[in-house]
Structures are given as structure tokens and as C-alpha cells.
Design a protein around this ligand. Structure first.
Ligand code: FES
Length: 204
């Protein structure tokens, strides 16, 4: 028979156990400590997703480089002037969708009486919006040739007709610039629908 004595079992009495309420509070604090970082991470992931998502109806627009992110109004787009490069902004939380270059938008204002039916339907007070990314190899289309009423890509001299869905008039671009329908609400330019075709380019 083994006469070695087993160690005595700890003698927890009512006085050296933590009170039940303290245990519950500690458990709650631990749970909150785990939940808090998850909720912050979810918010950032949501903002990041908004930054890279394509524009949707209801977005407003801000000028590229405007640190105040002031919503663009029709008065900001001068008739016959150089294209204004802009970004869409989410309506609910004001996230500028500048996480993807494919969200760069160009805006020009023209006499609407020369618009094709589809372009007239997508325009607001003579203002039309297109993807600023050339469909050839992705340069920015940033020039408006006033005499010809054409958008011009300086990389390989593609030309587009902004009065007719940015149809390719000349150069190697393989397809139109995607259009972004617009509307005006409360004096601001708003996106009225998604890009009519996929923004981006075919080579490069
Ligand atoms: S990238 Fe515009 S014409 Fe080539």
C-alpha cells in the first residue's frame, strides 16, 4: 500500500473567492476588449470598400485636389472650358471614392442642342460626365478641343465626341469612354446611375 500522502486539496472558503459580481464584470470587460477592435476593423474595411467601389446613383462629385471636398455645382463647370477632373463621393458618409484610378471622372459643359439622344438623357444642364481613363492604354483624357468639340488624349492622339457618348472619332482607342449619367438636386451635381460600360483600357 502506498502510504505517501496526496497534497491537500486547496481549501477555498467563501472569503477568498472573488464575489460573483466581480467575476461577471471581468467577463464583460474581456468580451468588450475582444469586440472593440473587430468593430473598428469592420468600419475601416467598409470605408476602404467604398473608396474603391464604382460610383452609384446618389453620389455627389468633388473636384480632384480639393481638400475641402466641396460638392460640385453646375456653376463650377464652365461652358466650353477645360474638363474638370472629379471623384464621386458616397452620400451617407462622405467617403471620396479615390481608391481606384478608374473612378476618375471628367466633366465638360456643352451646348445641349448638339447632343445625341442617349447623351442628352445622361446630361444635366449641358454637363456630361465620362470616365477620364482612355480606353486605349489608360492615359488620362484631360484636353477639350473647343474648335472641334472633341475630347483629346495626348498619349496617342485619340479623339472622342462628348456630344455622342464619347464615341471614338480618331486614334487607336478601341471603344467609347464610359458615360456617367448625371442629375442636379439641391443645386449639386449628382450621379444618376452607374457607368454605362466598364471603365478601363484594353492594353498596357
Ligand atoms: S492612351 Fe489614349 S490614345 Fe493611347
Amino acid at each position: 500500500m502506498d502510504c505517501r500522502r496526496l497534497p491537500a486539496a486547496p481549501d477555498h472558503t467563501a472569503t477568498d473567492l472573488p464575489p460573483r459580481r466581480t467575476l461577471l464584470q471581468a467577463a464583460a470587460a474581456t468580451a468588450l476588449a475582444w469586440l472593440a477592435p473587430v468593430s473598428v476593423g469592420t468600419a475601416s474595411a467598409s470605408a476602404q470598400a467604398s473608396r474603391t467601389a464604382r460610383p452609384v446613383a446618389g453620389d455627389h462629385l468633388v473636384r480632384n485636389g480639393d481638400d475641402r471636398a466641396a460638392p460640385l455645382t453646375p456653376a463650377d463647370i464652365v461652358a466650353g472650358g477645360a474638363p474638370v477632373i472629379a471623384w464621386p463621393v458616397t452620400p451617407a458618409d462622405g467617403v471620396v471614392r479615390n481608391g481606384s484610378r478608374l473612378n476618375r471622372i471628367l466633366l465638360v459643359r456643352l451646348a445641349p442642342d448638339g447632343f445625341s439622344a442617349k447623351t442628352a438623357a445622361a446630361a444635366a444642364d449641358g454637363i456630361v460626365a465620362y470616365s477620364a481613363i482612355c480606353t486605349h492604354t489608360g492615359c488620362e483624357v484631360g484636353t477639350f478641343l473647343a474648335a472641334e468639340q472633341q475630347l483629346y488624349c495626348e498619349c496617342h492622339q485619340s479623339r472622342f465626341d462628348p456630344r455622342d457618348q464619347a464615341r471614338v472619332v480618331d486614334g487607336p482607342a478601341p471603344r467609347n469612354l464610359p458615360a456617367l449619367p448625371l442629375r442636379i438636386e439641391d443645386g449639386r451635381l449628382l450621379v444618376a446611375g452607374p457607368f454605362t460600360t466598364r471603365p478601363g483600357f484594353e492594353q498596357g
